[in-house]
Design a protein around this ligand. Structure first.
Ligand code: SF4
Ligand code: SF4
Length: 552
């Protein structure tokens, strides 16, 4: 049955949410265009959630475009591939885009300008492959969630034995202001997104697929509707624009009415969400044999002369993208990776684009007015009313401010998705989400410290145990030696006694034999004398009772 354009799906509403100014039309007038090939690419080995990748090439090695240069370490990890051909000129610490402003291990490739691909092939008849093999191909291609989370996709596409997947949701909501890379992708490449969706559906063996698009993207909605009209188990759903609808738990609620458990995953209730960009990356990996080496990035904000979306090789310095879009670095008040609600400020413009860079917002004071002075909380409750996860931000603020880390955890700080709705509505200009990020950071630091001290304590305890065990072992060895010596002495004593007894027996036997010999000799001698006497007295007669005489 073909889906009809008028099909109406029941939608639910999630709690809270806000309507910040969209500012999306700034960057949607031009189509997505490829960014220029940079001369030097800096590739952090940690661009995803999980363990960083491990380099498999050395400084000085020549690499080809699409060649794996760092392999995943452990289950939750993702490989990194060379975005262009060139030479590895360094592996070391470089500044990376991260809220901490810290440096991390990166591989630096000097481009040879040829942009020469490694040999690569499409996968024929992917639907004949078992889902596990398909997931491995997705893993090998280094695909992670491109919506901003960066979770390795092959793990997300593995429901395990626990539950069959009822619903696969393709997330085209893109609810953050300013960001338009998914919108443009849906308008321009709906067939690639559909193709990726079918592959993911096969990997998950999902029964139905929903593509969610907010009603502020009518072109994208029409494009996806047309692309999927021949598929009766795929439904493209238009949802009312409301921030933070693109957040996984909120979107699941809106589309299915189901609540994802606070400490669980959508997977636990038979739902998997993937971003539309991730679906297009899966299409590239399976139908073109191309790993994830580039992504679409929105370059926007009032400091940009020609805001638009670029397809950017990973590792490209953001400064070059700003220049390509006629940006004025001097006008930038705040440079943000992501949107104004959930993004974070960058401390310098030469940081590289990574797998999770969906937007570079070069904001002036016009875009984001400076933070107004923070006033005392008036306990108006507006923050609690807008919180989509039903937290009490004013309580969290109070305890975060006073660094009562036990209490903030009691008030479920870690359920906070850092959407910023509470800060957005606070009449006292309290940057609530910043307090929550700091509190989370403090707890993680404390936990790391605790973990370190636990490790030190366990090491000390093990050392003590080893000393005691060695002592015991030495004592046991001494005891064994002593016992063996004692046993040897006893055995020697026994042998000696035995020998003495044997010697005594032999002596007795010898004496007895000697006595018998003597007696024999005496008898022989007596008999001889008796015979001589008889012969002399009674020649030729034997005495009648000679034997009696002898016995006597
Ligand atoms: S919105 Fe601001 S002022 Fe109102 S209760 Fe929350 S923290 Fe306090
Ligand atoms: S930032 Fe956290 S506390 Fe504030 S509204 Fe969002 S989820 Fe709730």
């Amino acid at each position: 049955m073909r889906q009809t354009v008028n099909r109406i799906r029941r939608l639910w509403k999630f709690r809270g949410g806000v309507h910040p100014p969209q500012q999306k039309n700034i960057s949607t007038s031009a189509p997505i265009s490829p960014a220029q090939l940079p001369e030097r690419l800096v590739l952090p080995l940690h661009q995803h959630i999980g363990e960083p990748a491990e380099p498999i090439v050395n400084i000085g090695d020549k690499v080809l475009k699409g060649q794996m240069i760092a392999r995943p370490q452990g289950y939750v990890s993702a490989p990194i591939h060379a975005p262009t051909s060139g030479t590895v000129i360094d592996i070391g610490n470089y500044p990376v885009p991260h809220p901490s402003s810290l440096s991390a291990t990166c591989m630096v490739i000097h481009s040879d300008g040829d942009d020469r691909w490694i040999e690569h092939h499409a996968v024929e008849d992917y639907f004949r492959l078992p889902p596990s093999e398909l997931r491995n191909l997705i893993r090998e291609a280094g695909i992670v969630g491109l919506g901003g989370a960066g979770f390795p996709s092959y793990i997300k596409f593995n429901p395990g034995q626990q539950k069959a997947i009822q619903t696969l949701i393709l997330n085209g909501v893109e609810c953050e202001p300013y960001i338009t890379c998914d919108d443009l992708l849906m308008r321009e490449r709906p067939q690639d997104i559909l193709s990726g969706l079918l592959i993911i559906q096969h990997a998950l063996q999902a029964h139905e697929c929903l593509v969610a698009i907010e009603d502020n993207k009518p072109e994208a909605f029409v494009a996806l509707r047309q692309a999927t009209e021949d598929y009766d188990n795929i439904e493209v759903v238009q949802v009312p624009t409301l921030y933070p609808q693109g957040s996984e738990k909120q979107l699941v609620k809106v589309l299915t009415g189901k609540e994802v458990p606070a400490d669980g995953l959508a997977l636990n209730i038979g739902v998997v969400c993937a971003n539309v960009g991730t679906a297009a990356a899966v299409h590239n990996a399976i139908h073109r044999g191309e790993p994830l080496i580039s992504r679409n990035v929105t370059i926007t904000g009032s400091a940009i002369g020609s805001p638009r979306n670029l397809n950017v090789l990973l590792g490209t310095p953001m400064r070059e993208l700003i220049e390509q879009c006629d940006g004025n670095l001097d006008r930038i008040e705040r440079l943000i990776m992501g949107g104004p609600m959930m993004g974070f400020a960058l401390h310098r413009p030469d940081l590289p684009v990574i797998k999770t860079t969906n937007c570079i917002l070069a904001a002036t004071a016009e875009d984001l007015p400076p933070q107004r002075p923070e006033l005392p909380c008036i306990r108006c409750g507006a923050c609690a009313d807008t919180c989509p996860v039903n937290l009490l931000p004013q309580q969290l603020y109070w305890y975060s401010k006073h660094q009562n880390l036990d209490k903030v955890q009691e008030f479920n700080l870690f359920d906070c998705i850092e959407c910023g709705c509470c800060s957005y509505v606070c009449p006292s200009n309290i940057p609530l989400v910043q307090y929550f990020r700091f509190a989370k950071g403090d707890i993680w630091t404390q936990e790391r410290e605790k973990e370190k001290s636990d490790i030190a304590r366990r090491r000390h305890e093990f050392h003590q145990f080893r000393v005691a065990r060695d002592k015991e072992e030495r004592q046991a060895k001494r005891n064994r030696k002593k016992a063996a010596l004692k046993a040897d002495t006893a055995a020697a004593e026994r042998d000696k006694k035995k020998a003495e007894i044997q010697a005594a027996i032999e002596r007795t036997q010898t004496r007895r034999q000697d006595a018998m010999k003597d007696a024999e000799m005496r008898r022989s001698s007596y008999q001889g004398r008796t015979r001589d006497h008889s012969t002399a007295g009674n020649a030729g007669q034997q005495p009648e009772n000679s034997s009696d005489t002898e016995q006597k």
